[in-house]
Design a protein around this ligand. Structure first.
Ligand SMILES: Cc1cc2nc3c(=O)[nH]c(=O)nc-3n(C[C@H](O)[C@H](O)[C@H](O)COP(=O)(O)OP(=O)(O)OC[C@H]3O[C@@H](n4cnc5c(N)ncnc54)[C@H](O)[C@@H]3O)c2cc1C
Length: 268
């Protein structure tokens, strides 16, 4: 079957709702159109398009070389970025794991209130491809928003990989029972809020520095990502090609207000 172009938006319906943990909810999204979704790998970025208040269905964008084009610019949906957690071509489904962080935030509220049949839009995959470089040693670090990607990526690395996985999760029940690490990798967990970031950064700073044969993957709230990227680049002298360090959100700012600052940070 022909795969669609890599820039396309799909109208999908919530098919299943699975509570993975107290703070993480999986939505399984279905559309017959997903049979030829240009899937790359679990852990890739994906845009979601949410209907505005009073609508049942979001407007979907057309794509140009410069990003989204809107037929009705005054009626744009709410746009957020998430992670592809699973794709099933036969079942025509894509799964996304949403952090439930309150009903006043549009994407979180959508997930918390989701009912089978609810509609949203999704994009084709985005982000670096491949996301990971082959490495002797890996460092993964992130909060619960990064957990869907970390779990996905850990499932793809070689069984003799070594390194460290450092997670900041709201509570112990958010650690997936299915999380599987190669025998040579160590898991370090912090349970609580962002006040634990300094302790987490301190722990990572005690690890042997990564070298050009290694790879670091870091994502989560901005105050977690920033000092870790600083450590990688300044103290460990790790070149940008050997790490992914993306602030997924910033406390106190919604996606609309934080989007440009994230891109400035990534491009620095
Ligand atoms: C590449 C990429 C991949 C991502 N993948 C995932 C994913 O798979 N799952 C996932 O849940 N998130 C993921 N995120 C993060 C997600 O896009 C943000 O958390 C986003 O802000 C959520 O939108 P919202 O409408 O719920 O909140 P917004 O309207 O953006 O924010 C409203 C308020 O909530 C706060 N807020 C936002 N996110 C959180 C949070 N997680 N915890 C507590 N407060 C928060 C904001 O600071 C703001 O004060 C990803 C982000 C990026 C860039």
């Amino acid at each position: 079957m022909n795969k669609r172009s890599s820039h396309h938006a799909y109208l999908v319906r919530v098919q299943d709702i699975i509570d993975l943990s107290p703070n993480l909810r999986r939505l399984v999204l279905h559309s017959d159109e997903l049979a030829d979704y240009p899937y790359q790998f679990n852990g890739a970025h994906i845009k979601i398009f949410l209907a505005r208040h009073g609508q049942t269905m979001p407007q979907l964008p057309q794509f140009s070389g410069h990003g989204f084009n809107w037929a009705e610019p005054d009626n744009k949906p709410i746009v957020r970025t998430y992670t592809i957690r699973d794709y099933d071509a036969k079942a025509c489904t894509i799964s996304i794991d949403f952090v439930k962080h309150g009903n006043s935030a549009p994407a979180s509220a959508f997930a918390e209130q989701a009912q089978p049949g609810d509609m949203l839009g999704i994009s084709s995959p985005g982000g670096p491809n491949p996301m990971l470089k082959m490495a002797v040693r890996y460092l993964f670090a992130g909060d619960i928003t990064a957990l869907p990607a970390i779990e996905s990526l850990l499932a793809t690395i070689q069984t003799d990989a070594c390194g460290d996985v450092v997670l900041l999760l709201p509570q112990i029940e958010d650690l997936p029972a299915t999380l599987s690490l190669p025998a040579g990798m160590r898991l370090h967990t912090f349970y609580g809020d962002l006040s634990l970031v300094p302790a987490l950064v301190k722990l990572v700073s005690t690890f042997a520095p990564l070298t050009c044969d290694d790879f670091a993957w870091i994502a989560g709230e901005a105050t977690l990502v920033k000092p870790l990227r600083e450590l990688l680049r300044t103290q460990w002298q790790l070149p940008p090609l050997r790490h992914y360090a993306v602030p997924y959100w910033r406390q106190g700012e919604n996606e609309e207000s934080y989007h440009a600052a994230r891109h400035n940070f990534i491009e620095k």
